[in-house]
Design a protein. Sequence first.
Length: 494
Amino acid sequence: MDNRNFTLLTDFYELTMMQGYFRNNASERVVFDLFYRQNPDDGGYAVCAGLAQVIDYIKKLHFDYEDIDYLRSLGTFSEDFLDYLASFHFTGDMYAIPEGTVVFPMEPLVKVVAPIMEAQLIETALLNLINHQSLIATKAARVCYAARGGGVMEFGLRRAQGPDAGTFGARAAVIGGCIGTSNVICAKEFGIPALGTHAHSWIMSFGDELTAFRKYAALYPDNTTLLVDTYDTLRSGVPHAIQVFRELREKDQVPTRYGIRLDSGDLAYLSKKARKMLDDAGFPDASICASSDLDEYLIDSLLSQGACIDSWGVGTNLITSKTTPAFGGVYKLAAVEENDAMTPKIKLSENPVKITNPGNKTVHRIYDKNTGKIRADYISLAEETFDDREDLILFDPNATWKKTRLTGGTYIMKEILVPVFQSGQCVYETRSVMEIQKYCKEQMDTLWEETRRLVNPQAVYVDLSDRLYQMKEELLNKLPQARQSNTPLQSNGA
């Protein structure tokens, strides 16, 4: 994130609520959870991303003189509240699931434990940063999975919804598995490979296609990828590319990396024909790259048709996550400190998926000890402890009769919600994007293939501990009384 002050990157009602808390001497600590309810594209998982930008935002969080003057000009805020804002900084705790981790609905990706005014202010920015990058990282992971090991290049800057979306979206795409980006400022800022070939305008700017290819090969002799569909792919583009490759070989200048790019037409048919032409000409190691409005479904279909494509340039459908353009993360109050104890809170709804999990919680991941694959995620109260040498009964909180007994010693249980800020100080070491990408690939290997498939994947269960489930049931059982009295629900048991 750049050096701009993003403190006012918030919804107006966050500030009006803050003033309300301030006026009512509300200084208690609260717990907020940031989570989402449904995987993008009806997939089996998501990839969380954006934590580095959240950390940067929290570190720089302050109201400068211009901010205070602007808020004063609105005529909404009192001078004593503005004085409070003038010395504002984050003093709370924050926990998060590390970037690049595969995650599932309803589990906290970020947990904030802080004075209520601080926790309220940061809601909008946290959602903005986590929602966007998690969406694009998830889309990239799906596209890379569909590519079956072929490299995927992020090519979407010109179609992104603005510079920040293009830059942070490219960062997230690389976390999700892309080998690099065409976005130069992103490559520079985050230390990731800058990739690209040339446009049709390069070909058209010369008198003929062959001359254009020769000039490009002379300019970039170590990385010559030629765009062959400007005029006629099979009768002009590929033959001219082969002629240039022959000329380079005669000069003993065959590039380390070379090949062709297809950007239009029937990519399955053209790639198979082009592959045969290149092989017959003695260039079996020439690669074929494809672009042209690709997404995971089209890539999967092309490979199923036997397309001979080695790498993919994916733009619009990736950087905008066109099929699911929003992640849908929410930020909900889960507990309020009262008399030195956290009192759990719950949001109720006629829609069951919108009923929240109350209390101060954490998330454990349960792995099969033999395969290393994820068996389930387990949300519990933060103070609960577990021993994976003991038997553990898992149950679906939405269908409690669905139960699984894990025998002690057959599974590994790991807490995945880790400290990021403690008492306002960052305690988390941010990794480079390429390190996060490596970690994300390792995370993908913990998913069963049935969960990774693009259509109708097997869901990973996110279960609740017995204590958390009982707490939630206690609050839900008060629902009729709460409807009559119109009072907030709370539990006396935690």
